[in-house]
Every structure is written in C-alpha cells, then in structure tokens.
Write a protein that binds this ligand. Sequence first.
Ligand SMILES: [Zn+2]
Length: 350
Amino acid sequence: MKFSRSVEIPLIVEISESARKRIADVLNRLQISSAILITGEKSYEVAGRKIEEKISNFISNKFFVKVSGMEVAKNIVVSIGYADVDGVIGIGGGKVLDVAKVVASELSVPFISIPTTASHDGIASPVASFKENGKAVSILVDPPTAVLADLTILRHCPIRLLRSGYGDLISNVVAVKDWKLARDKIGEEFNEVAASMAIMPANFMLTSAEKLDLRNHLEMLVRGLILSGVAISLVKSSRPASGSEHKFSHALDILGYGNGTHGEQVGIGTIIMEYLHEKYYGEGDWELIKMSLDKIQAPTTAKEIGLTREQVLEALMFAKSIRRKRYTILEDVNPSKDEFEVVLSKTGVA
Ligand SMILES: [Zn+2]
C-alpha cells in the first residue's frame, strides 16, 4: 500500500436528527449554484422530494438510478453534456451513492452524500462498488465533500439494512488485525489514526453488546460507518475496513452463492476470521462478535443467508485466491479445508 502526500476527507459531516435541513447552507458554503440530484425512486419518495423542494433553485437536473453500475454513471455524465454543473447531490442507499460519487469524481465537482440507509461504509467512503459482467469491482474515487446523515431518515430504513451496517462496521475489527499482521509479517505501511478510526466505534458497540439495540445505537452506528469511510479516504485504500472477512464475502459474490447482503456476509466472515485470529495469535473474541450479531438479530449461520456448509467451505477456499497482495490471515496461515470444517463446527456457522 502506498501513501500519498495529500489527504482528502469530507469537509462537512453532520450527523443529527435534522441534518437534511442543512443542505441549503452546505450548498452556499461550497458555492454550488447548479447541482445535479441523483436519487432512487423510493429514496426520492421517502426523503428526496422534500429536500429538493427546499433547494429547487440550486438543482439543474435530476436523475433516477434504478440499477447500479459504471455504465449508469457514464450515461449520466454524457447526458449532462457541456452544461455547467458545479455539484452532485446523492440522496439514496448504496447503489445511488456509488453512482453519484463516480459522477462527481468524473466531473471533478463536490459530492454531497445524503444516505437513506446505513447498510455499509460506502455512505462516506471514496470507494464505489459495482457488479460488472457478474464480477464485483471496486474503484477508488474522490471522497464526498459533505455527508449529511439525517437520523430521522435513517431511522426509517429497513432494520435488515441497519443490521447489515453493523456487520460491515464490526468487520473492521478483523480487517485491522489483518492489517497489523501485514505490517508485522511483510512490512506493510500501517496508519494508526486510520486504524483507530476504523475500530473504535466497533469496539465501543462491542463493549455494550449485551444491551445492543440498533434503533437506540443508530447514531453510533452511523458515526462508525462514516469514520470507516474517512479512514479509507485517509490512506486511499479500503485496508482499514476490508480484510479476510471481506475476501470471504467477495468469494460468495463471485460464486453467486446465498442471498445475504454485503454486511450479513462480512458479519459471518468476521466470526470465522476472528476465530482464526484468536486461535493463532491469541487476539480476538469470536464469541463476543457472534453474541453481538445474535443480539441485534443479524444472521450468524450460513443457513440464514441461504448457504449450505459445502458452499461456505468452497467460498472460504476460494477466498484464499482473491486479491493475494492484500496480506491477511488467509495468506499467513493458509488454512486447509479440514481446518475450515472445524472452524465452522466450533463457531456454529455451519
Ligand atoms: Zn464492506
């Protein structure tokens, strides 16, 4: 991982019950007068329309995203033509925000992210994840200039998505352990600030795992996901928030197995990889991870996300061949299929 000399992180971040109402101030502060609005049909109904009404004289064009993808982003850029656009506002979930951040990056204008879900750390990260020809691709773009996380909007997002967000957040616990492993074993650059930002909110939630309730801990969840995104911006790499547990999730995506969300898959991956970290390096507490996921009723078994034991084993073996340059416990220990079988039984995942 290479470090650059400059760092770009969001200039304005607000997490509050009425963050949405700050939009006009933010546009003025960023001197934006002709923005495009990118949203989804549902997000528009739930939140976008009301926000748009308040800033209609700032909006020059509006696009509805139905499916995600690079192509969708490119089409938006093409259809803008040579019109003067000096900002992009994204109001929506992961798909919408991923398209919007690519469009803003392509146009080199500020991007204002107004998430309507808190299902993963993409709400404030410089990473856009798409499926291209059945393959998952992640590209690094500019981070949002402003993030307005409105808790009133986010509280209404489906609980399954909040549970997924929690899974993505606690996955940082393993991701940072893998990162430290890479520092110690292969001398990879390590950034303590980014690592702390990635794991402190996760650890905080884990210490109160016994009483965890996502609706009550919404603000901390959202803060954690935003800090994850900023940590990624800080080192211009998903390293602080993506290790072996994400390789497992990517493997499931590539193989097309199961029906879990990103956060559900990495949550289960976190139980498995935390077990291995605990076993080999005496660091970690997989039971605490599992208990916290159970507490918020997120899946902790393969079956709950439509996976058989064989599929999980295949995905774990396949995960070892994904992104080999990202050194994790999978590269360090190279567990055998037999070993994974034991892990699955002991953790109760499958
Ligand atoms: Zn993730």
